[in-house]
Ligand binder design. Sequence first.
Ligand code: S3P
Length: 425
Amino acid sequence: MNTVFPNKKGLRGTIAIPADKSLSHRAVMLLSLAKGKAVIKNFSSAEDPKSTLNLFANLGVDYKYINEKTLEINSCEGLRCADIPLDCGNSGTTMRLASGILCAQNFNSVLTGDESLSKRPMKRIIEPLELMGARITSENGCAPLYIRGGKLHSVNYISKLASAQVKSAVLLAGIQTDGETIFTESYKSRNHTELMLKYLDADIETADNKTVVRKSQLIPKDIEIAGDISSAAFFIAAALIVPNSDIVIKNVGLNPTRTGVIDVVKQMGGNLEIIDMREISGEPVGDLRVCYSPDMKGAEIKGDIIPRLIDEIPVIAVLASQAEGKTVVRDAQDLRNKESDRISALCNELKKTGIEIKELSDGFEIIGKNKISGGCELDSHKDHRLAMSFYVAGLAAEEEINIKDFDCINISLPEFLPLISSLMY
Ligand code: S3P
């Protein structure tokens, strides 16, 4: 349980946003396939990327921390069979991407997860991987996954889902087959796997929503991880809705496949400025200045922007509650398959604070701008993104809000409380 008190003075100061979770997973996985030594700078300290690191350590990859956030990966020996089930913890990215790698190995693996992960749909990766010749047994499409390793063949797969996890599973299997694997998606999902594969010299081409990979031996190279825009989103939203706020967020990954939240903030009339664009290990990065914005307007959020802000939707809901008029989110039905059913949990919990929100099958509608009353307890449903979104609501509320199971934030951002406290004075 954590209690958040209304903030009347405003958030002020500068923070550096911690490492991106998606990139941290991929750096470990791709360097594990690269056969050699390389350093990951600014590796995430969150639980999900650590699940990936432990998993690959159990597959024979050596690693050592050079300092708190710098990690050397040594994959000279290649991957070998783990004699225990591989625990993916709470991390869907770990389970789905690792499946793509493991089904092409010459050994068997078992992937398990916690209670939440064991309920999440895995058919979405099993189906395309089976088309490549993979042999995966599941519990009705859910974990544990029993993977019989073996030789795969390439596939030309058109995905109904815009999912980076599905795409990455297929591409990571694809670079281990002899043919040419083609993956096409309806809307473009985050392209970190493609960019990192390219950075490590894989044979890969992308055009619009289509990616082509061929058999590749990755070359180990040092990777620096950019800050996580999905973590930055909580601070962006807080600064926009807490009166008198003016903050700078440094080192934010600004890959266009992730910046939907910035587009929405601008569309709503939020005061957000990008101040210094640069590139780190093939990924765009910048600093953001965000100020209190009392005159924001509601927005319509649907279609191809959804995969570009899928993880930010809970905190966008809080933001929308403080914008004039109606905000509608549609085409986001996959939110029901995240760490919790984020549509129903978000709607039910936010209603308790006086926010006017109506659940839809594939999203929700919010009517702003109402005061956030507070004086209540919200259940995070052990979902890190809900917990931090509710904290942001609490900062702008009339009275304190208690958040149940708040420690689930360690899944993606253990630094959340010290960072937010550093902006209070
Ligand atoms: C992720 C992709 C997204 C996102 C998840 C991380 C990734 O999921 O919601 O938090 O690192 O590839 P989907 O690809 O299933 O949409």
